[in-house]
Design a protein around this ligand. Structure first.
Ligand code: AN7
Length: 360
């Protein structure tokens, strides 16, 4: 047969490694199976001999890695008879919760910080029919409220404190190992609540402990400088960053993430907003890959550590690009160096614009 079985999502692919039964009704949108793209141009620009791969999680159904966790969380919520889910979110979790709830035919309540989530994410939550509750406070305040309200109302929390979320998200590590036929030497991620870095480490550890591979990566987490509790060593009360997805001062997976750092021999570091935006732009212009600002923190940090030698030459580095660039069109347009050229709809004017702008 020239045909392969249709890909039907990560729970079906990894069902023997996930907490589901044979007869569990799967709530899936075909998430996972995202490309691992080897960068062609950036290593040369750094003047270093390293293999950098990006795991393009922006190509999940709702445009971020959250879908990996949400397919599991909503599948289990429905299995347990829940009729409503709830989350606090900087945007991507709310988009994923809204979509998977729609798919399942249940209600999603999402608490978001007013004025601080990217336009694409708000559009998604609204379009999928979630009940969007904007609070006059940040993600951390929303998270606290969600925990309190879930004790008094029949709603299932689908933030990453829901253990099924991390189970789903660990499959990204499986995919990387399968493609590289080994674990990478270094794996760099942006860190907000630190759920994703913890989930990746679970996945890598599982494959290593079961002898599927004999190595596991050094895990490196990068935070935005204005929202960097792991660098400060304590919670941060008024986090700020252009990368609104990781504008989080009270990470929910605090202990887990420190354990990941220790067990993997890794580290945390911080990137300024300028470094994050520069990396986002470099990836878009030199490699043709568009990620959102938070995602670019992984590459911004990795590039700095490769230049400085903390990540040595001759190694394989994977950077997770957690969300798609289209999530946040405002930031992209605002920092674009080449605004559109306005001309009359005439041949001479278009020709002149082309000749003036030919790369020499
Ligand atoms: C693009 O949507 O917390 O360290 O509420 O959207 O696992 O929290 C988003 C987090 C990185 C950080 N990149 O991941 C939310 C939310 C993007 C993100 C992170 C987020 P964690």
């Amino acid at each position: 047969m020239p045909f392969r079985p249709r890909y039907t999502g990560l729970i079906n692919k990894y069902r023997d490694r996930l907490p589901v039964q044979d007869d569990t009704r799967l709530i899936s949108l075909g998430e996972g199976n995202t490309p691992l793209i080897k960068l062609n141009n950036i290593p040369g620009l750094l003047g270093k001999n390293v293999d950098i791969y990006v795991k393009y999680e922006g190509l999940n159904p709702t445009g971020s890695f959250k879908d990996r966790g949400m397919t599991m969380a909503v599948t289990k919520a429905v299995e347990e008879g829940s009729k409503a889910i709830i989350c606090a979110s900087t945007g991507n979790t709310s988009a994923a919760a809204a979509a998977y709830a729609a798919r399942a035919g249940i209600t999603a309540f999402v608490l978001i910080p007013e004025g601080k989530i990217a336009m694409g994410k708000l559009a998604q939550a609204m379009m999928h029919g979630a009940v969007v509750i904007q609070i006059k406070g940040n993600f951390d305040a929303g998270m606290q409220l969600v925990k309190e309200v879930a004790e008094q109302a029949p709603v299932t929390i689908v933030n990453s404190i829901n253990p099924f979320r991390l189970q789903g998200q660990k499959t990204a590590a499986f995919e990387i190992v399968e493609e590289l036929e080994c674990a990478p030497d270094y794996h760099c991620l942006p860190v907000g609540n630190a759920g994703n870095i913890s989930a990746h480490w679970m996945g890598y550890s599982e494959y290593r402990d079961q002898g599927i591979v004999n190595n596991s990566p050094v895990m490196v987490g990068y935070q935005a400088a204005g929202s960097a509790p792991f660098l400060r060593g304590h919670m941060v009360d008024n986090p700020e960053t252009v990368a609104t997805a990781i504008r989080i001062g009270h990470p929910q997976s605090w202990d887990k993430a420190w354990q990941v750092k220790d067990e993997s021999g890794g580290w945390f570091d911080e990137c300024t907003d300028e470094e994050i935006l520069a990396a986002q732009k470099m990836l878009a212009r030199k490699e043709g890959i568009f990620c959102e600002p938070a995602s670019a923190a992984s590459l911004a940090g990795a590039m700095r550590d490769i230049r400085g030698g903390r990540i040595p030459e001759g190694v394989k580095v994977v950077c997770t690009l957690t969300g798609h660039g289209l999530k946040d069109p405002d930031i992209a347009i605002r920092q674009s160096s080449a605004p559109p050229i306005n001309v009359e709809a005439e041949l001479e004017a278009v020709k002149a614009a082309i000749l003036e702008n030919m790369a020499s």
